[in-house]
Design a protein around this ligand. Sequence first.
Ligand code: ZN
Ligand code: ZN
Length: 230
Amino acid sequence: MYPQIITYLLTFIKFQEQMIRTLLTLLIGKSMFDKPKDQQPVNKPYRKLQVDDLPIIEIPEKLNYRNLLTEYQEKHGKSLKPVQRRKNAKVTVPKAMKCPKCGAPSDYLYANNGEKGQYQCKVCSCLFSDKNRFSKEAILKCPHCSKTLEKIKERKDFNVFKCKNDDCPYYQKKLNGMSSKEKKQFKKDPQSFKLRYIFRQFHIDFQPLSKNSQSCQWLICLESMLHRIH
Ligand SMILES: [Zn+2]
Ligand SMILES: [Zn+2]
């Protein structure tokens, strides 16, 4: 008895399947169930996941605003006055902000084109913004050729730096290591190859967490972790 029922049900299911195919084909206008003919599987090599070395991080020699103020006094016979602000100025400089180059306090900082977040130090003339003040604290250099990396993209959460030196050993090695097939592909679609050293620098502001300026070290450490994840 049971095997008969199962056989009947299977036949019924097959019939239903046939109906569904027919109705779907009518609905869409072409058969959805034909196997595609002559379709070769796509054999496109994917870019291998690479983890690059960290860049050389050079902390430029810092100026000291106190020394600069003394020098100014000696040269001009008068002291350099803090920035005079209009009473109803729209843009204010945050009290905690310091010049990334000489450490001058906010009293000496102009809100240069304030709304866009650019500031200028009256003491050392350094131009900086809230976002790039860390990059003023450190210069990023290619670990392969020691040339300064160029910023090629600015994103909300990170900047992308690239070594554009044609003589960079990293670039030369990648370029010479390509097979002739890859070279042809490279001519067609250079974007699919990564030949130059690239580094992503994430904007994470540790300043509020750290009273002394160890924030830079934290940032570097975290960046290296994030860099490895991405
Ligand atoms: Zn300064
Ligand atoms: Zn390089």
